[in-house]
Design a binder for this molecule. Structure first.
Ligand SMILES: Nc1ncnc2c1ncn2[C@@H]1O[C@H](COP(=O)(O)OP(=O)(O)OP(=O)(O)O)[C@@H](O)[C@H]1O
Ligand SMILES: [Mg+2]
Length: 286
């Protein structure tokens, strides 16, 4: 395990950093279903395997995934009736609106501003403890929730998940521009479902095409943080509540997630370090 020397990095002007959280990384995509939640939880576990203290916040108010991905059915503790303790699972501090619902299939029928307020409360009222990195799993799109998050949360940076398909790429570009507008640095692109290796014959097939990350690099200079395979066990492990990086740490998919995690840490290191504001010393002359 590497030595943990992850520093706290600067956040955008106008937002205050959150106590107990050094860095916040949003996982976004624009398009739905490209694997943000799958990547978020495995990336969180991979960062942890590299020695970081990690938390994960599910920002998908309408369709939370964390209860399933981490098999969390219990409600978080709230000793004072106001703040919430994150639920501990596989070493991660986790929080999701899904933990607060009585029934897993409850539909959240809220207008955008209500959902944005709920998300802010979930983040602010949670007692995150000594986190090097908090991963935020975003819902698809570039609407209310994403904008609230990008503007009001002390984000350190974002990463963008895309499949190699042009259809996903167009939305990934929109997500990139949204972060650019609100001055949140984008660390790079994660290409998910990059290649499928047939489990019986070993044949490699690019089901969703090729070269998306390269196109993002050519258009915006965004680095490729890694390519993840389209693999049966990634889907299965998530559905069973023990994501691949925890379930099979030596698996090729887990190694790919760890490469992404290392690249994320390397990119993070290049960002400006957070500096506490200096308070001028008042000298009283006698
Ligand atoms: N690399 C992968 N290999 C196999 N299956 C995957 C992979 N990535 C994601 N999946 C599967 O694809 C589906 C969509 O993934 P996921 O829910 O993570 O996407 P999402 O971008 O978070 O979706 P949403 O936009 O609805 O939040 C899930 O069934 C998931 O298990
Ligand atoms: Mg999701």
């Amino acid at each position: 395990m590497m030595k943990n020397n992850i520093q706290m990095h600067a956040v955008a002007t106008g937002v205050e950093p959150r106590a107990g959280v050094k860095n916040i990384i949003a996982v976004a995509s624009g398009k739905g279903g490209v694997g943000k939640s799958t990547v978020s939880v495995n990336l969180a576990l991979a960062l942890q395997a590299l020695g970081a203290q990690v938390g994960i916040l599910d920002a998908d108010i309408y369709g939370p995934s964390l209860p399933t991905l981490l098999n969390i059915l219990e409600a978080p503790d709230s000793p004072d009736g106001k703040t919430l303790h994150p639920v501990m699972r596989l070493g991660l501090q986790a929080m999701s609106i899904g933990f607060l619902l009585q029934e897993k299939d409850t539909a959240m029928i809220w207008r955008g501003p209500m959902a944005s307020t709920a998300l802010q409360q979930l983040f602010n009222d949670c007692q995150w403890k000594d986190l090097d990195v908090l991963i935020i799993d975003l819902p698809p799109g570039t609407g209310d929730i994403q904008l609230t998050l990008a503007q009001k949360f002390p984000l350190t940076a974002a990463v963008i998940v895309t499949t190699p398909q042009d259809l996903a790429l167009i939305d990934a570009q929109k997500a990139f521009r949204m972060f650019e507008k609100v001055s949140v640095p984008v660390l790079g692109v994660i290409e998910n479902m990059s290649v499928h290796i047939c489990s019986s014959c070993g044949h490699a097939e690019h089901i969703f095409g090729e070269g998306a990350a390269q196109k993002m690099h050519d258009a915006y200079g965004l680095p490729l943080l890694g390519k993840l395979p389209l693999a049966l066990n990634i889907r299965q492990d998530c559905d069973q509540g023990e994501p691949t990086v925890a379930h099979s740490p030596g698996d090729v998919a887990s190694l790919a997630f760890k490469t992404v995690a290392q690249n994320v840490l390397n990119a993070l290191e290049k960002l400006p370090v957070y500096k506490t504001r200096k308070i001028p010393k008042i000298v009283v002359e006698k």
